[in-house]
Design a protein around this ligand. Structure first.
Ligand code: ADP
Ligand code: MG
Length: 294
């Protein structure tokens, strides 16, 4: 049995015995600054409101967005757990409303360089993490790094955020194109739901989605779904300045209400099968195996 096969068996064995397995939702975009972190944190708050336990995993190693929005800087990050013996209880920071928050730190970039013992350890730990919450939201960095893509292809549920800016749409398309060319991408496994952010109306959001869908349908082997809009709303930036999520600072604002609708739509969609829920551990497996393919 080779190393990869052993790890697969670990994931499988744990799937057979465990009671709870988190739903993993990966939030991504082609371009930065389109609202991924805002979506992640506010969806988390809405899920809390609906009684779900939520952990946000910040895989955006560029800017410490979520940290800023939470107003809390974690002392330790994922790398401290993999390489320096910290436990989840040390690296999970408690944010507003009891939302758990984990900083990927440099841990995500370092994933490609782990040795097999470290990979095995991380896979074990991630399975443990998936038992700690109902929903895990992964806020990925924008763009197309190998490890981030692997988190995307390993998730059964991906939220793709775009805005009406032309570069946001072309970059979303570029991301989807890179995804579809990846050997680990399975269009029947990964469901990609599009959120159109900073739009001025439902129509604008819908048209934007239709434009993207037409080219994706024609040129890429990917199925897109439409989740909905978040309107352009000045309260969003006001909330960021106060280091508060808009859902707590301005719960009745147009954007907060729109995000609540998105959260409810996601929760009502019960089609995410338990068998599809092994996102995080699978991502690490794939990152590990990819090294041998190159
Ligand atoms: N619907 C919106 N209306 C107005 N401003 C928004 C909206 N969504 C996001 N923003 C603002 O855009 C900026 C980037 O958002 P952020 O969530 O940090 O994007 P990302 O994580 O994709 O880089 C923030 O200042 C945020 O307040
Ligand atoms: Mg961000």
């Amino acid at each position: 049995m080779d190393q990869a096969e052993k790890l697969r068996n670990i994931i499988k064995a744990q799937n057979d015995t465990q009671e709870r397995q988190a739903r993993v939702i990966t939030v991504t975009s082609g371009k930065g600054g389109v609202g991924k972190s805002s979506v992640s944190i506010n969806l988390a708050l809405q899920f809390r409101k609906q009684g779900k336990s939520v952990i946000i995993f910040d895989a955006d190693f560029g800017l410490a967005n979520i940290e800023v929005m939470f107003g809390a800087i974690p002392k330790y990050n994922l790398a401290d757990m993999i390489f320096r013996g910290k436990e989840f209880k040390d690296i999970i920071v408690e944010g507003p409303e009891g939302i758990g928050f984990i900083s990927g730190g440099s841990g995500i970039n370092g994933l490609g360089n782990m040795n097999k013992d470290q990979v095995q350890y991380l896979v074990f730990k991630l399975k443990e993490l998936e038992k700690l919450a109902d929903i895990i939201i992964i806020d990925t960095g924008a763009g197309i790094s190998d490890s981030v893509l692997e988190f995307v292809v390993s998730s059964s549920e991906v939220l793709l955020v775009t805005t009406p800016e032309p570069t946001s749409i072309t970059d979303a398309y570029a991301l989807l194109k890179t995804l579809s060319a990846r050997s680990t991408f399975d269009k029947d496994y990964t469901e990609i739901k599009v959120i159109t952010n900073r739009v001025s109306s439902y129509e604008e959001g819908r048209n934007l989605y239709n434009k993207l869908e037409v080219v994706v349908c024609k040129f890429l082997n990917i199925n897109l779904k439409y989740l909905g809009i978040i309107p352009m709303d000045a309260n969003m930036s006001k909330a960021v300045m106060q280091q508060k999520p808009i859902s707590s600072a301005y719960p009745n604002s147009a954007a907060a209400e729109a995000i609540e609708k998105l959260a409810v739509a996601l929760l009502n969609n019960t089609e995410v099968e338990e068998s599809k829920r092994n996102g995080l551990a699978k991502a690490v497996m794939n990152i590990f195996e990819n090294r041998f393919k190159k």
